[in-house]
Design a protein around this ligand. Sequence first.
Ligand SMILES: Nc1nc2c(c(=O)[nH]1)N[C@H]1C(S)=C(S)[C@@H](COP(=O)(O)OP(=O)(O)OC[C@H]3O[C@@H](n4cnc5c(N)ncnc54)[C@H](O)[C@@H]3O)O[C@H]1N2
Ligand code: MOO
Length: 394
Amino acid sequence: MREHRIRHSWAEARQTAFDAAEPVPETALPLGPDLCGRRLAEPVVALQDIPHFDSAAMDGWAVNGSAPWIFVSPGERLYPGQASDILTGGLVPPGAKAVLRSESGRVSADAEGLPVLQLSSEAKPGEPRAGQHIRPSGKEAVAGEQLLAAGTILNPVRLALAALSGADSLSVAGRARVRLLFTGDEVVDSGIPGPGRVRDVFAPQLSAAVLALGAEVVGEARLPDRLPETVAALSATDAEVFISTGGTGRSAADQVRRAIDELGADLMIDGVAMRPGGPVFLARLPGGRFLVGLPGNPLAAFMALATVAQPLLAGLAGLPRPAAIEVLSGAAHEPDPGRSRLLPYRDFYGLASPVAKTESAMLHGLAQAEGVLVVPPHGVKLGEAVPAFSFPWN
Ligand SMILES: Nc1nc2c(c(=O)[nH]1)N[C@H]1C(S)=C(S)[C@@H](COP(=O)(O)OP(=O)(O)OC[C@H]3O[C@@H](n4cnc5c(N)ncnc54)[C@H](O)[C@@H]3O)O[C@H]1N2
Ligand code: MOO
């Protein structure tokens, strides 16, 4: 392993992680609910007129001319004085001038006992008007017309429209495939842990967080604190990114850094000058795959996720670099030379006020927060503008 040991600043780390990523190529996927949230790489156009045939908007009769009408078989050409049965959505036969809805007509028998259609007492004056209750073909779109532009984020309505277009698959922007690796022999995944054990806070949510950050999880595994298993897990080739939790330190139990050495990976970010989350790293593994090492402390892990994983995943998805916002500080913060402090805050009357319970191993504060202040090493005065970020779920 090359020993860079350059601790990036918070802003440099975000830029470095973003710049490291080449967008994953676009891909054509079958039309289905899995595409919800994906970004169109190519426009969706109508493959034929929508609707593609003249259809009835009401149950009743297709008619030509004015009452009374005699009946012909459904689908046959209609001449003046003729009608045929039709249902909502049904194909309007040639020669039909209007659809008379069932409430406006009444079928009786003529002198020879043959059925004849008359206007009922419910018919409005002038009914049926020419074209009434006929949905003409091409009314919504003509063949070749763009229905959804490239770049549109797919949602249930847009997926429905894509189906209406006649498409069976859609071309969507690529996104990173991610494997999650959870370390820590002390971690239990259910129930109330005993002393020395901790309840896992990552497996219940990290794949949802990754999805919200524009990537998809293709596998997750719990790793024992042992080198061979860690190296083997990092050898999978079906993901662009691994995200590990815990084991970023250099203790005897921490195997992730040793695995990076063993695999000959390039450590691109080896710690960030921030607290919490400082031990986060970004490595490039052989074959161009990435490993983001999140610290095991829960709040530290979320801060590391926002600082390194979010820009990396955005870059791989071809999205812009996640923007930092500016908020006005609701408190003064003393200098802390050499590192930024990431402080979860809530807005109180236009001022960003740090919340309580935001130590590295805590989560309560972050769960109440609207965003996170990035207090620079030289500190902040009350009311001063300060960079901040929020998560997509805030
Ligand atoms: N001698 C030093 N010790 C530590 C340093 C240091 O610089 N020198 N840095 C501290 C900082 S800062 C952080 S952050 C943590 C980073 O720890 P690791 O990434 O090595 O993670 P672990 O040691 O495995 O665990 C730390 C902590 O997190 C808990 N944890 C781990 N996984 C989970 C999980 N899935 N769910 C809930 N909690 C988890 C674990 O039990 C530990 O309590 O290191 C400091 N130490
Ligand atoms: O990054 Mo550590 O978060 O300070 O405990």
